[in-house]
Design a binder for this molecule. Structure first.
Ligand code: FES
Length: 412
């Protein structure tokens, strides 16, 4: 790992030297349900996830629904101007608090039995509960998610349920928003334009591998970004030349003076991925420049769709195992895969020591929830005896995992 860090400008400057080509992650990591579930715990519950930009929440109460790897959540701008994030789970009986994709609200009201929550997630009303002793509204707000809005207004989330996530944003991405590549860009001067989604039959790493191979060449102080797509028109490089970056685990961003583009590879299952795009237009961009940039971007991102689908078919057919990578030409996918491998192996070790699955995003029970604790312990005993109702002895939150040692800045 240290060799890769050095090569990518995160440490020393020497390129790695290999005696033999490193091997790809095995095919099973791209199709197995168990691996996917482990990645939900080891990667998507622990790492900071670049999700959107605060420009999407211009007014108090503006909200959007998101999901990633089976975790559904809401982002909302509160009355103090902060962007908050909450799991989209009603504290009563777990119905989604919102079912639309977005909107503007003064309060969130669950449609099932009418519990309602403020923009800060606090429980505002629970019909008929005022008659009950021992019901504490303060213990029944929406489950919060850690949010970090960086200097440029990009919104990052971390699903770790602890008060402080094991991996701080600073540790993972300190200074990423202050890189020279962003010099001259004022993100307040852009407006959200549009978004779209494409859905593919491939594992999220299949497309991430491809992006890390084809869409970037980089060093911290490199000159204009060079796009190396298969046979792309030269205008693409011209239009999108300024700042493109991959942010581990699953986000990609391209910034130009005319527009900036966010792209996220959202796992929806072991072999399905939704690719979500957001486009932001500079306020001074002419229609012509915007259309040209937009078209160039769409061409760039649409070129490889068949590559992902066809690759995944062979990965999933139980013939393919793994391949050997060319260290010089395929350094980016090697680096990406090495981070995934490190995180998964670290988490598996934590689970081995805990004798069961550890879900960092799982919310902690309040101290006084003795009945629930007993129920969960009962479930754990069934698991030990082979029933497996909740995935292991540590079917509660388990011990807080320490910070992952792998770096998160995929490309700096
Ligand atoms: S599940 Fe939301 S009010 Fe009952």
């Amino acid at each position: 790992m240290s060799m890769f860090k050095s090569y990518f400008g995160l440490g020393a400057t020497e390129a790695p030297v290999y005696d033999s080509p490193p091997r790809l992650l095995p095919a099973s990591w791209y199709s197995s349900k168990d691996t996917y579930e482990l990645e939900r715990r080891a990667v998507f519950s622990r790492k900071w996830l670049l999700t959107t930009h605060k420009l999407r929440f211009p007014k108090t109460g503006d909200w959007l629904k998101f999901n990633i790897a089976g975790y559904a959540f809401i982002l909302v701008r509160d009355r103090d101007g902060n962007v908050n994030a909450f799991h989209n789970i009603c504290r009563h009986r777990a119905f989604p608090v919102v079912t639309e994709d977005g909107g503007s609200a003064r309060i969130f009201s669950c449609q099932y039995h009418g519990w309602s929550y403020g923009l800060n997630g606090k429980l505002a009303k629970a019909p008929h509960y005022q008659e009950l002793d021992g019901f504490d509204k303060n213990q029944n707000g929406l489950f919060p998610i850690h949010v970090h809005v960086d200097t440029n207004g990009f919104v990052w989330l971390n699903l770790d349920a602890d008060d402080k996530p094991a991996n701080s944003w600073k540790r993972d991405f300190d200074g990423i928003d202050l890189k020279p590549r962003f010099d001259g860009f004022d993100f307040e001067e852009y407006d959200f334009d549009s978004g779209w989604e494409s859905v593919g039959e491939y594992n999220w790493k299949t497309i991430a591998d491809n992006y890390n191979e084809n869409h970037q060449h980089h060093t911290d102080n490199a000159g204009p970004f060079t796009i190396n797509t298969h046979g792309s028109i030269p205008q693409i490089a011209k239009a999108l030349r300024n700042a493109s970056n991959y942010y581990f685990p699953n986000a990609y961003m391209t910034v130009s003076p005319y527009a900036f583009f966010m792209q996220r590879f959202v796992p929806t299952g072991p072999t399905t991925t939704a690719v979500r795009y957001e486009i932001y237009r500079h306020k001074d961009t002419s229609d012509e420049d915007f259309e040209h940039t937009h078209e160039a971007y769409k061409l760039m991102v649409s070129e490889d769709e068949s590559v992902y689908n066809e690759t995944q078919k062979n990965i999933s057919n139980r013939v393919s195992t793994d391949g050997e990578l060319q260290p010089r030409n395929e350094n980016s996918p090697i680096y990406f895969q090495s981070i995934v491998r490190d995180l998964v192996e670290q988490h598996e070790e934590i689970e081995r020591q805990s004798q069961g699955e550890v879900w960092p995003a799982r919310q902690r029970l309040p101290q006084e929830a003795a009945v629930s604790k007993d129920d969960m312990d009962f479930c754990s005993k069934l698991t030990e005896e082979g029933g497996g109702c909740c995935g292991g002895k540590a079917c509660g939150a388990g011990p807080a995992p320490g910070p992952a040692t792998a770096p998160e800045i995929m490309v700096s």
